[in-house]
Design a protein around this ligand. Structure first.
Ligand code: FNR
Length: 180
């Protein structure tokens, strides 16, 4: 079967550019990757180590189980107030103790107005979690609303070619990693 990628958008907004971007990526890679979008970050409880014992909330258990089945992870996110959106960081915090990220090829695209601050912070987080090959699988798309349309197409040519190059590298990393 095709490698499975779990995609997470860092925005829970209805007409999110980042949701559109994930769908565009899923279409572009449809022949190479089986992309599953996790829509639940907004429903996870606030992370609390006291609630991270043997019994966790069902939504957390389900999220972790989905991540375990993934050969690779994709995160597309905006920046809020020059930082990582709280609901995305909260979801990632739930993966720290059970280590779903480590050594999985992870691709990060920050699609925002600016995005550089949040991107830098999230890169540090993903490096701390030992996401595989993250340095080579990341991109910032600035002024994203003018480059990605609501019907899931990347309308800016430069962005499209950067994204295609990134996707090819992602697929390669996932396939190399599966053989190891
Ligand atoms: C933003 N936005 C934003 N953009 C940015 O590049 N740097 C920032 O610091 C912020 N801060 C910020 C705060 C809040 C509260 C909101 C609502 C928005 C704009 C943001 O990039 C833009 O709305 C994106 O389109 C959001 O991504 P989605 O929801 O379209 O995926």
């Amino acid at each position: 079967r095709k490698p499975r990628v779990v995609a997470i958008a860092g925005s829970t907004r209805q007409n999110s550019v980042n949701h559109s971007l994930i769908k565009a990526l899923a279409d572009l890679a449809a022949d190479r990757l089986d992309m599953i979008v996790y829509e639940g970050i907004g429903s996870l409880p606030s992370f609390n180590p006291d609630h991270d014992g043997e019994k966790v909330d069902a939504s957390v258990a389900e999220f972790r189980q989905l991540l375990r089945t993934a050969n690779g992870l994709l995160i597309c996110t905006p920046e809020y107030a020059r930082g990582v959106p709280g609901s995305l960081k909260n979801a990632i915090d739930w993966t720290v103790s059970t280590a779903e990220f480590p050594h999985k090829p992870t691709m990060l695209i920050t699609a925002s107005t600016d995005g550089t601050y949040g991107h830098r912070a999230l890169m540090e987080t993903l490096k701390a979690l030992e996401a595989k090959n993250i340095e080579n699988l990341q991109l910032v798309i600035q002024h994203a609303k003018t480059k990605i349309s609501a019907d899931h197409t990347i309308t800016d040519e430069g962005t499209l070619s950067a994204v295609e190059e990134l996707l090819a590298r992602f697929v390669q990393t996932i396939n190399d990693h599966k053989i190891e």
